[in-house]
Design a binder for this molecule. Structure first.
Ligand SMILES: Nc1nc2c(ncn2[C@@H]2O[C@H](COP(=O)(O)OP(=O)(O)O)[C@@H](O)[C@H]2O)c(=O)[nH]1
Ligand SMILES: [Mg+2]
Length: 458
């Protein structure tokens, strides 16, 4: 019977480590969740506001992603089961994992197929481009209550084997792509037989070229490596093989020895278990992600506020330009109307016009008009009669010029309508009065986990 078969039902104590209980605190999970919802919530979420301003924002992830790679039977699935505290992945010496499985926590136990997996993680859509892969994607949802599993999604990958093993899709390509989006990549080397699997080394070498910081190496199933001297030999062998590969022979090379601290899996051993290192790596990454999300949230708020301010200032400028243009063009149009009016007045048709003006506006306006027109009338009388025609033509031409100028200056630049402008102002107020203060409180909650209360007040 294989070891995996011995596992049954709910397994495993939360951890061997004391630090594990402090990792992935509900506060961090809550902060990541809230950060995410400030981007997507209702009508006033940052993504929607950003889109209105031509800014495409990405909601921060609610969970970090940890990818496990290694030889077939290196203990990847067993590690996930132990971490989650639920026998969620099949384990054993037979090749169990042919595809990629996302393991995440949720309301109830559920298995999702490829299509549903892509629906749940729309940012994995690009995986559809790898021919044949979508049938080999799945998600396992566990209702595990383990705190440490709050903000982690594991990616279990197919065990890599040398030789003629046939994969119905480009497995290397899929690992490289997922490695790019994962926050951590754990590579498991097991001491028995396949520790030096060429295929695993090839994949690690390629991943390392772009994801150096994410990659953490482990000697898994260390309890099976025999005595301390045997373990040292195995380690030396692996390190030697790794160092032959350009890029992997970096200084500060580290490889922790780990095994599953469960009596149903492990062999009696006095080997030191460095599995706490995994907790530390995950905890560090979650902390980094929380800080990064809160900082990005602040930056995104400021970017949006700046864009709104700029848009409103632009609009003010446009509106003032339009007002100028309106005044100018109205003045030109008025002059162009007034000039022919002079001719009408002097052509004796003034009586009917004056009485209409009188009816409309009252006596005083007619008096004012008569006062203004008096000197013009006097000047007109001094002009010889034969010139009247030319003066009329001159007045009409000048009037047409003013009309042209009036139309030419009536060019308005499009500005914001009142509804859009008010909406932008409301969105800015929402960011200032709701999102920013919320971010401030979340940062405080985050720091309160580690910093003394008196330091927080400052
Ligand atoms: N002794 C020992 N056995 C382990 C350990 N981890 C896993 N195994 C066993 O190794 C076998 C393969 O493990 P599995 O998790 O399926 O490997 P995977 O192919 O990498 O997913 C199973 O029979 C497990 O019970 C460990 O830390 N110590
Ligand atoms: Mg497996």
């Amino acid at each position: 019977m294989v070891n995996g078969d011995k596992q049954s039902g709910k397994v495993i104590n939360e951890s061997t480590s004391s630090s594990a209980s402090s990792s992935n605190t509900p506060a961090n999970a809550n902060i990541l969740k809230e950060c995410h919802s400030l981007y997507v919530e209702g009508d006033y979420g940052l993504i929607k506001t950003g889109r209105l301003l031509g800014l495409s924002l990405l909601a921060p992830r609610r969970k970090i992603m940890v990818m496990l790679i290694g030889n077939h039977s290196a203990g990847k699935s067993s590690f996930i089961n132990w971490y989650v505290g639920d026998r969620i992945q099949k384990t054993g010496v037979a090749i169990e994992t042919q595809g990629f499985t996302f393991i995440t926590n949720g309301k109830k136990r559920e298995s999702l197929t490829g299509k549903a997996t892509l629906h749940l993680h729309p940012h994995f859509k690009a995986l559809e481009n790898i021919k044949g892969l979508s049938d080999y994607l799945s998600t396992e949802i566990s209702p595990s209550l383990a705190n440490r599993f709050n903000c982690v999604t594991f990616i279990d990958t197919p065990g890599l084997v040398d030789g003629d093993m046939y994969y119905p899709y480009d497995v290397d390509k899929a690992i490289q792509w997922l490695g790019g989006i994962a926050d951590l990549i754990f590579v498991f080397f097991d001491p028995i037989g396949q520790a030096l699997c060429r295929r695993t080394l090839d994949v690690v070498q390629k991943l390392n070229a772009v994801n150096t910081e994410k990659i953490k190496l482990y000697l898994s199933k260390a309890d099976e490596a025999g005595e301390e001297s045997d373990r040292q030999k195995v380690m030396m062998q692996i390190v030697q093989e790794l160092c032959k590969r350009p890029g992997l022979n970096k200084t500060g090379f580290q490889m922790a020895t780990i095994y599953i601290p469960d009596s149903r899996i492990m062999r009696p051993t006095n080997c030191i278990n460095q599995i706490d290192d995994i907790h530390e790596q995950i905890e560090k990454t979650i902390n980094y992600t929380v800080q990064h999300s809160l900082n990005t949230l602040e930056k995104d708020c400021d970017r949006i506020i700046n864009l709104i301010d700029k848009k409103i200032a632009d609009d003010d400028e446009k509106k003032s330009k339009n007002l100028h243009a309106r005044i100018k063009s109205s003045a030109f149009l008025l002059i162009s109307l007034f000039l022919p009016f002079l001719i009408i007045l002097r052509e004796g048709k003034s009586l009917t016009l004056f009485s209409s003006i009188k009816q409309l506006t009252g006596e005083s306006v007619v008096l004012l008009l008569e006062n203004i027109l008096q000197p013009i009338g006097d000047l007109w009388k001094t002009l010889p009669h034969e010139y009247h025609f030319y003066v009329h033509i001159g007045i009409i031409l000048t009037s047409l010029i003013f009309l042209g100028m009036g139309l030419y200056t009536a060019k308005f630049v499009p500005s914001l309508d009142r509804k859009t402008r008010n909406d932008l102002i409301k969105r800015k107020e929402y960011i200032l009065s709701r999102i920013k203060p919320r971010r401030y409180t979340l940062y405080k909650e985050y720091l309160a986990q580690s910093v003394n209360d008196e330091d927080l007040l400052g």
